[in-house]
Design a protein around this ligand. Sequence first.
Ligand code: DGL
Length: 353
Amino acid sequence: MSLFKRSRFTALFVLLFVIQLSAQKLPNIVILATGGTIAGAAETNVQAGYSSGQVGVDILIKAVPELKKIAKIKGEQVSNIGSQEMNDKVWLKLAKRINELAKKDDVDGIVVTHGTDTMEETAYFLNLVVKTKKPVVLTGSMRPSTALSADGPLNIFNAVAVACDINAWDRGVLVVANDKILGARDFIKTSSTDVETFKSPGFGWIGTVHYGVARYYRKPFTKYTYQTEFSVDRIKKLPKVAIIYMYSNNNGELIEDAVEDGYEGIVVAGVGNGNMTKAAEKALAKAAKKGIVCVRASRVPTGYIDRNVEINDDKLGFVASYQLNPQRARVLLKVALLKTKDTKTIQKYFAEY
Ligand code: DGL
């Protein structure tokens, strides 16, 4: 073989070796898909109506070819539902799968694609029960995959970039959407239509991520993931906990119904500082006397629900939700009831988690 041919062959070999090496250096990220608008589809690309959970994880990944430059991706379809249909069965399957994957040396981070309607609850549930310091990052979208200027593909790219980032380790479960990095415990869906729907009023973002470049402002200040005392490893079923929305002239009947229907916990989305009508308070006190754990939260989006402000929690045996909104108070109560019904211990959980 001539010198020229030999040197060309050598150059090609070195090039292939370098490509192989750089591919090996890329982090291994697993994308677990559950459905949602990000996997939604519509007849045309400029209409409001669409169906969630129509597109599979492989198509979601194919829609973002740039992922190949930042990570080695594997996709798994956990479910394919609108997140208004999210349920305990999928939660347990998702949490157990994340814990399995997180133990593997060849998994560096996990991304979960999910609907935005109940992402608050799923993210917070995972924040309480997954056991890893590795990044677990949820993302979704407000426009379906078929929409003009769909927001899903860039959200997936940014979520994977954060999941690849060593600086995202040990920050609890994160949510990435619209260039923001948010904390699982405190973000809320603030708009039913805006692309910038996720905000953390009173707490602020964990950070930002702009075309894959992440910057961080803070770490969560309460216990998360590997720091918690909660585990779902051997759990097949979660306790039933209801949220009762409070309003003027409420007569307490819905609370009585929840008691009759066998709920183990009741969260009241109260007015103001977790307040309610006298009739509702009476019904809730009766429920507490029967051993149902009752939590006062508030329909007001920010602030702090403290004990014994206008309602005597000490006397009536209620728990105050402190900083947790009703939907997160329900998640924590479901997980807490796996361990105890003691209201003093559960009140401590609301301060710690
Ligand atoms: N069907 C809703 C859901 O899956 C749409 C909201 C969304 O994903 O943006 O949560």
